[in-house]
Design a protein around this ligand. Structure first.
Ligand code: FUB
Length: 323
């Protein structure tokens, strides 16, 4: 009799656990099943998480990036997402020709500033790889966006720029000072910006201490510590450094995310949303995905008791629904 009761108890417990698990929806990875998305950046506005992505438009089994526009997605619970569409494209910039590479959006002064790299139309501005970086601005994260300058902020001819001027990461510090980081092919730069978000303010400086840096710098702050994550090596891992000042010195802290199958890039973003920390990145994880047909994924990010980032565990299930 006791045996039977124990068995019934175990069955009831297992069923309760199963139904409890079934009741927690997860985002799934990749989070966006269509279109192909890459190079996420993220910001939180009005209790909503916005993810800004590039768009991989290359045909299957064809090499080379084909990217002409950027998308915005939003969620309030990490599971139900709204695709706001391709709200920004190369055509929105008179100076730009093609290659809508990794952008970065940031809020300041009640507006949304989306910094993006593209190849410059003008051959005199194409001294090295020809990439330049400009900005679009909107009153809402999902746009509509317009180019307020009509010209890029940084080109191949900017003093102390690098051969491949891509992957902007803009950070508004607590005192209001704005910093524009970017980098690729093992070189990373930083320049201060004026409060208007549309002009550089001072010389372009080298950033030292980012061991193994390849591309995709991304700054976030937790407590009084600045974290600089970046794609390291190629194919890329994600590694990071910390500092008590945005101006460095940066102290190298190691690897937080390993290389992924079938895509040498995995361009990360980190965001704190409704009490949770998230690591947002891309893989080639859709069934017909590949290095030029990537997709954004999200997994949880955790810190240890010393504020160091724990290695990210990549999952197929993604992250659970939150309130
Ligand atoms: O998506 C084009 C380029 O690939 C990005 O600018 C890099 O970060 C890498 O993801």
């Amino acid at each position: 009799m006791l045996k039977t009761l124990k068995l019934i108890g175990a069955v009831v417990f297992t069923l309760a656990l199963m139904s409890c698990n079934q009741e927690t929806p997860y985002s799934g990875n990749p989070v966006f099943k269509s279109p192909f998305t890459a190079d996420p950046s993220a910001l939180v506005h009005n209790d909503t998480l916005y993810i800004f992505t590039g768009s991989d438009e290359q045909a299957e089994n064809v090499d080379g990036f084909l990217m002409s526009r950027w998308y915005v997605f939003s969620t309030t619970d990490m599971v139900n997402w709204t695709n706001h569409g391709a709200v920004l494209s190369v055509n929105d910039f008179e100076w730009a020709a093609h290659n809508a590479f990794a952008g970065h959006a940031v809020e300041n002064h009640g507006k949304f500033w989306w910094y993006v790299p593209m190849v410059h139309k003008d051959s005199t501005a194409r001294v090295h790889e020809g990439f330049a970086m400009g900005v679009a601005v909107a009153d809402h994260p999902a746009g509509p966006y317009t180019d307020p300058i009509g010209d890029p902020l940084i080109t191949d001819t900017t003093a102390n720029s690098i051969p491949l001027n891509i992957d902007p990461a803009v950070y508004v510090d607590d005192d209001g000072q704005v910093y524009f980081f970017w980098g690729s092919w093992n070189e990373v730069r930083m320049v201060k910006m004026k409060d208007n978000m549309m002009e550089l303010d001072g010389p372009v400086q080298n950033v030292e201490g980012l061991t193994n840096f390849f591309e995709a710098p991304y700054v976030h702050k937790r407590g009084d510590t600045y974290y600089m994550t970046y794609a390291a090596g190629y194919p890329s891992r994600t590694e990071y450094a910390t500092s008590k000042s945005i101006n460095g010195p940066w102290e190298y802290q190691g690897v937080i995310h390993d290389t992924i199958p079938n895509s040498p890039t995995n361009h990360q973003a980190i965001v704190h949303f409704k009490g949770h920390d998230y690591f947002i990145y891309h893989t080639a994880g859709l069934p017909n995905g590949g290095p030029y047909r990537r997709s954004v994924c999200i997994d949880k990010l955790e810190y240890d008791e010393n504020g160091l980032i724990k290695k990210v565990v990549r999952t197929d299930i993604g992250v659970p629904m939150i309130d």
